[in-house]
Design a protein around this ligand. Structure first.
Ligand code: AR6
Length: 183
């Protein structure tokens, strides 16, 4: 059984805005007008041009806002990256399974990065902050999407950027389980 996808997956802890990769993913909201959490950090580090680019994306492509699970590309401006891929994770709701929307965020970000010639891409833990998605459930979805999709993008290296060591440990526990189950 091939586990080559695991060779394309890396992880780190800290502030995603410091990573020198081709593109980072932003856990944005429908408005694309910025917010708290990682979205706020990315807008602060990129500078005001990022907000202008997001307004332009709204005007041209997403007049009603970016739907859950969709992706939008902008330059990185003052960030040490070429691109920011904005995506909207689902707000967690116990009563409704939104795992496919969280999976779409990751899957469509991989495709958009590859389509734009990126060979390195970093993700924050989408939806697991203000949007309340349980961390382990989210980690399982991340592993599943990476196992299914990374073989389609053999040139792409993905870094998962966790904001704390405890998040990284929680992810690694899930990752080890998935890999030992043959994921
Ligand atoms: N670098 C890496 N990870 C970070 C950083 C950072 N600088 N800051 C926070 N995190 P969240 P969501 C982690 O709340 O749950 C915004 O207001 C954080 O610890 O940023 O998708 C948007 O505008 C958590 O693990 O995003 C939306 O309204 C993860 O990033 C809403 O929050 C995601 O937390 C989106 O909520």
């Amino acid at each position: 059984m091939s586990t080559a996808w695991t060779d394309q997956l890396n992880w780190t802890t800290g502030d995603i805005t410091c990573l020198e990769v081709d593109a980072i993913v932003n856990a944005a909201n429908h408005s694309l007008m910025g917010g708290g959490g990682v979205d706020g950090a990315i807008h602060r580090a990129a500078g005001p041009e990022l907000l202008e680019a997001c307004k332009e994306a709204r005007r041209q492509r997403w007049p009603d806002g970016l739907p859950d699970g969709e992706v939008a590309l902008t330059p990185g401006y003052s960030l040490p990256v070429r691109y920011v891929i904005h995506t909207v994770g689902p707000v967690y709701a116990k009563t409704k399974d939104k795992s496919h929307l969280l999976a779409n965020c990751y899957r469509k970000s991989l495709a958009l990065a590859a389509d734009n010639g990126c060979t390195s891409l970093a993700f924050p833990a989408i939806s697991t902050g203000i949007y309340g998605y349980p961390f382990e459930a989210a980690a399982r979805i991340v592993c599943q999407v990476m196992a299914e999709n990374l073989p389609d993008y053999p040139e792409l290296q993905v870094t998962l950027c966790f904001f704390s060591d405890s998040d990284a440990q929680a992810f690694l526990a899930v990752f080890d389980e998935v890999v030992s189950d043959g994921g």
